[in-house]
Design a protein around this ligand. Sequence first.
Ligand SMILES: CC(C)(COP(=O)(O)OP(=O)(O)OC[C@H]1O[C@@H](n2cnc3c(N)ncnc32)[C@H](O)[C@@H]1OP(=O)(O)O)[C@@H](O)C(=O)NCCC(=O)NCCS
Length: 196
Amino acid sequence: MSFLLSTSRLVLRDWQDSDLEPWVAMNADAMVRRYFPTIASREQAIVEMQRFREHGERHGFTLWPLEIPGQTAFAGVVGLFRTPIEAHFTPCVEIGWRLAIPYWGQGYATEAARLALQYGFDTLQLAEIVALTAADNQPSRAVMARIGMQHNAADDFDHPRVADGHPLKRHVLYRIQHRDWCNPFMKHATESGHST
Ligand SMILES: CC(C)(COP(=O)(O)OP(=O)(O)OC[C@H]1O[C@@H](n2cnc3c(N)ncnc32)[C@H](O)[C@@H]1OP(=O)(O)O)[C@@H](O)C(=O)NCCC(=O)NCCS
């Protein structure tokens, strides 16, 4: 069965072979990769896409392609994945996002992230979801804050895959617990009087 989560203006769905070219182009963009140690070569992007496809097949969740009907079949990726590093907060499930520049500044990352959180808590019944990023990545931290995640400086850490001394070495960790999560879609339905 194919995977699909949607709101009135966006869709998170399974990977398709046709995602390859826009995925490669997005990861070759130095602005998109500003808070990553390097841009990704075509070969590196192919390997990463394959890794996300396999993660989805194995676990039933992954970083999913974000489609904006009427605009683009591939605006970037948003989703959930098992954190691939060892750190003081692992093992855990992480939420993440990466959008191509034309789709920044329109609320798509936040809206899709709320969908992914809903899936993680309602369907997967996760107790906690975390997010991590380079300390200077304010746009990503703003998404974390908008979806209700909390930052505790005591959780900050040095990313083990970033070279010592690199300006992106220091990372922040945000967390959200199932018990603290308020389903925004359910809230909207309740406010509209359509839910019991
Ligand atoms: C991180 C990233 C996804 C954030 O993108 P973003 O566009 O800032 O976030 P959103 O899609 O949630 O959009 C929010 C903005 O849209 C605005 N907006 C416009 N129309 C909106 C609407 N209809 N609904 C909600 N927000 C809207 C918001 O006011 C907000 O603007 P602000 O940043 O000026 O306050 C993006 O910067 C990115 O892909 N970066 C590169 C990859 C990366 O670093 N990923 C994270 C690695 S950990």
